[in-house]
Structures are given as structure tokens and as C-alpha cells.
Write a protein that binds this ligand. Sequence first.
Ligand code: ADP
Ligand code: MG
Length: 332
Amino acid sequence: MSAQDDLLLDVEGLNVRFATPEGPIHAVNGIDLKLHKGETLALLGESGSGKSVTMQAVIGLVRSPPGTVTATHARFDGMDLMALKPAELRKVRGPRIAMIFQDPFMSLDPTKTVGSQIGEMFRVHRGASRAEARKNALEMMDRVRIPAAAERIDDYPHQFSGGMSQRIVIASAIALDPDLVIADEPTTALDVTVQAQIMDLLNELRREMGMTMILITHDLALAAETADRAAIMYGGRIVETGPMESVFSDPRHPYAIGLLQSIPSMEGGTDRLQPILGTPPKLTRAPDRCSFEPRCAWSRPRCTAELPPLRTLAPARRCACHFAEEIAHDDA
Ligand code: ADP
Ligand code: MG
């Protein structure tokens, strides 16, 4: 299979703007994303950088108004999602592109047993009978390692812990063997020990099913353990992208360098974070200069005069800093 056949998602020139009483918010600005089958891409960046809106826009979940989505194209398995009608998109979302969100209790219906919620995927999309759907639901509960699944299939979401509930959400998400799973901060709402268990589960499922995943997270350490590739967002743009290991060991964008320094070290513990000083950019205008410049230790006149394009530094490495070649992360 050529690299081209292998391409599952190919987004180019994605923009999202929101109309607000205070004026427009340019939440996503000229994003390009490519994802190959079997790959896991981490979409990284601090809160408000546009990670969630980017993926919501791709799968047609940005409401208009207030949102306006434009793109050159957003191809999924060859079809342009931007050109699909809402009814066609609904056939893609769920069965072919599944989503896992931060708070499992928001995704689950409190009035239905977990077995019927998972089973619904098979009934609605596969025309399964009640008995078949129940059998399939039980298999899925086993697959996401819910202990004593047969005894718990008729329980309601509130009878499960946060971690077990997220397993139920994952079971529903992967029930129809989707081509792509988008996990938006899937562990952020959970306790630290439970976070690791959920990530382990997602990693096991990735291996078992050859799952293709976009992992949205603000947690670079978590991404480093999971993803093949990283795309780091700042102010609604991708500022750095490349193979995870390469970005992790040799970040080139000053924001990426800062993000790495804010990872707790083994010795330092979780309370020794080195946050990046300053505040995130206001998104009231389309970017026409480097939006990280006000917080950047390497700021120079060119940074405010010219928007740094996302340019190729090395094979598979791209960075949106005019001075990426000159910056080394130990002289910050
Ligand atoms: P992230 O997921 O990286 O934390 P989001 O993608 O949720 O960030 O948000 C990106 C930006 O878009 C933020 O500034 C947010 O306030 C803005 N935004 C998101 N939804 C809306 C909306 N419905 N109306 C106005 N602004 C929005
Ligand atoms: Mg988000």
C-alpha cells in the first residue's frame, strides 16, 4: 500500500471563527492535518489553543451560528467531510469516527443501563436484535476489562466509578470498529492512578485493533507515551509537528520548548512545574504575526512583522518559528 492509500484523514486550510458580542474569535487559523491508518497523533497545547474546536470542525460539530468553518478540504477516507450533508455526516460520526470526551458522565445517558447503551450502537447501526445487542454489549464490556461484566450489564452509569464509566464510553466508541477514534482529554477528569489505567487500555486497544487515534491533550508526558506523532497548537495554529520522539527530544518552537520544561521531572514531583509566563493570545484578529512573541525569550523584530509559516525543518519536522534553526532549548 502506498503512503497515499494509507492516508485516512487529510485536512487542509481549516479555519474556525466564532461570532461573539465583543467581535469575532479566530479560534482555528489555517490548520493542516494528515493522519495515516494505524497512526496515533497527539494534538497538544494549553487550554484555549483550539484543539477541541479543530476536531469538532472536522467532524461537523461546530454549531453555526456562532461558528463559521471553512477549509480547502477535510478528506476522510477519500470523501470531503466539508461537502457532506448533516444526515451523511451522522453516518460517519459514531460508526466510522468515534469520539471519547473528558467527562464520561456527560457522554452516558443516566436513565439507561450501560448494557443497553452499548447495545444501542449495534441495534441502531447494525440492525441487531435485542438479544444480539446484549451479547455484543457484554463482549465489549469484557474487551474494555470491566470486571464481572455479566453482573454489571444491567447497572446504571451512576453505579460505576469515573474510570469504569470511561471504560463504558470507550466500549460504545469502539463497538462498531471505527476507522478513527478521537479522544479529547479522555483522562483529564479522572484520578491520577485511574488516568494511567485508561491510557493503558487505549494503548492495548490500539495494538489489538490497529486503531487510528487522535489524542487531544494538554499533557505532553502522557502524549509522549502514546503517540507516534505530535502536533502542538498555539493560538489556533499548529506551531510544531513531527514524530513524537523527535519533537520531545529536540523541540524547535519556543512554545514547544516551554511546554516540555513544564513537564514534572521524576525527582521534582508534580508540584515543581515551570509554567510558561504570560497569558495566551487573544484571538480577536486573524494572526498576522507570531502570537507567541509576547511570551518568547527569543523575540526579535521580525516576529511582529511577519507571520511565521509552518515550514519544513527536516523530513517530517515542521515548525512555525522564523528562528527555529538557531534556537536550542538549553539556552532559554
Ligand atoms: P482547547 O480545546 O485547546 O482547550 P478550544 O478548542 O475549546 O480550546 O477553544 C479554542 C478557542 O475557541 C477558545 O478561545 C474558546 O474560547 C473559543 N471558543 C470555543 N467555542 C466557542 C464558542 N461557541 N463561542 C465563542 N468562542 C468559542
Ligand atoms: Mg479542549
